[in-house]
Write a new protein. Structure first.
Length: 461
């Protein structure tokens, strides 16, 4: 049975990163470099993926888990040597293998698919992904035959003056016939000044055997960029962010200032939603249609329905239903469920709570570990006192209840439906349905107290 595989080389140390971490686990938008490559491979329809690990292998394995197979390169002795460590997964197989690098996060699934298709249609033994650069200095040049096939790869230092004028360069990413590759790997040697096994030598071996080697150019040269230091990491991040933002805009989302907007790869946004400047949308956030998000908001793995407005606020791992308004300066913490047509106003914090439809929590209120019913009003300065020093307790407020300003609800406690709580009360016992609770000291007036105590305040010069 013909198989389709990928091998991702991720064993290198990456000294120029100057880091305690393996190079390929450095992240762009919260996703490791090697994971970006893996996702492109999977989206190209390749199911069997081998990752060659070496330097700080445990870090790479921790990030990639059991979704890939692993080969171990104990000593880094070149790209050819790295691929030789994965040979056990290639032996006795018939089909195709794509070889990539774990530090090239910009390679797209479309390019991988195009390469595989071209490789098959052209009946190549190997196909090289190439790019055409205005300044190809330092890169290996692709020298083609008259029929367009690859005659050889010549390194810059070994190139003649005519060969140095060639602008098509080798990306180091290949598609091979598995059987031809394994035979070429068996013939690799390290008879060179570095004492290393080079993957490019397999191309020379195949050509010398009369095998056909082809090349396919990328449309976007950025796809082949490798990450060697923090500067390149930041540049790749900018390119990926631009791709993501362009994709959303092409799909019907208005992003007012793309340069100040950060959107993660897994975010989904519906049409006619508007994203204002300085907004960060992370994780697996899903936003519906006709929403207004920002400015200055941060959403992390949030589920936002249609026609929701979120201004200058933070929403973490929570859901917000249709036609609700949040902010400015609200804080929705993990585990919260906000209903339809709710008002969460300025300086309101909600933590691990359910807020029913049409409820209003307009300002300066904390709601934690609570269940708030429908059409409830929580006045300014209401505090759900959910922590007793040892454990968190739950407060329940029934439908249509009214809780006045500066009320403390001492959990666990329940305010029943249609009940009223007077402003300034501290509630420790259940408030029955349709009742009014007043829990505050009676006001006392002491006339002329200020004069008698000599405490008149006078304006100072």
């Amino acid at each position: 049975m013909e198989c389709l595989m990928a091998v991702i080389l991720a064993a290198g140390e990456g000294k120029r990163m100057k880091s305690k971490k393996a190079k390929v686990v450095h992240e762009i938008l919260g996703i490791p470099l090697v994971e970006w490559v893996y996702r492109s491979v999977k989206n190209a329809g390749i199911d069997d993926v081998v990752v060659v690990v070496g330097h700080k292998a445990e870090q790479v394995k921790e990030k990639m888990g059991d979704k890939v197979l692993y080969a171990f390169q104990e000593k880094q002795m070149g790209t050819g040597h790295a691929l030789m460590q994965a040979q056990e997964y290639l032996n006795d197989k018939d089909g195709y293998v794509v070889v990539l690098y774990g530090d090239t996060p910009l390679i797209s699934s479309q390019t991988i698919s195009n390469t595989i298709n071209y490789h098959k249609e052209s009946a190549n033994s190997a196909t090289i992904i190439t790019a055409e650069l205005d300044n190809p200095d330092g890169y290996g040049r692709i020298v083609r035959s008259g029929d367009g096939s690859v005659k050889k790869i010549v390194e810059h230092k070994d190139a003649s003056s005519d060969e140095r004028n060639i602008k098509e360069i080798n990306s180091g990413i290949y598609c091979f016939n598995i059987k031809d590759l394994t035979k070429a790997l068996n013939e690799l040697d390290n008879n060179n000044s570095q004492g290393e096994y080079y993957l490019t030598d397999t191309i020379e071996i195949l050509i010398n055997k009369g095998k056909k080697v082809g090349a396919i150019k990328v449309r976007d040269n950025n796809e082949i960029l490798g990450i060697n230091d923090r500067v390149q990491l930041a540049e790749a991040g900018r390119i990926i962010r631009d791709r993501i933002i362009r994709r959303h805009m092409e799909n019907g989302v208005t992003i007012i200032d793309p340069d100040s907007t950060y959107i993660d790869e897994d975010v989904e946004i519906g049409i006619d939603t508007v994203i204002y400047p300085s907004t960060i949308i992370e994780g697996k956030t899903k936003i519906g249609e006709d929403c207004i998000i920002g400015p200055g908001s941060r959403l992390v793995s949030a589920q936002i329905s249609d026609r929701v407005e979120i201004k200058n606020s933070v929403v973490l791992e929570s859901s917000i239903d249709d036609d609700t308004k949040v902010g400015p300066f609200a804080y929705i913490r993990p585990g919260s469920t906000i209903g339809k047509k709710v008002k969460i106003g300025d300086f309101v914090e909600v933590k691990k709570s359910v807020i029913g439809d049409k409820t209003k929590i307009s300002h300066l209120t904390y709601v934690g570990d609570a269940e708030i019913g429908k059409n409830v009003n929580l006045g300014c300065g209401v505090v759900v006192v959910n922590y007793d020093g040892q454990k968190k307790n739950k407060t329940i407020v029934g439908d249509n209840a009214f809780v006045g300003c500066n009320v403390n609800l001492i959990s666990p406690v329940e305010v029943k439906s249609n009940a009223y709580v007077a402003a300034g009360s501290t509630i420790t016992d259940e408030v029955p349905e349709n009742s009014l609770a007043i829990a505050r000291s009676r006001q006392v007036i002491k006339e002329d107290w200020v004069v008698k105590r000599g405490m008149l305040r006078q304006e100072k010069d």
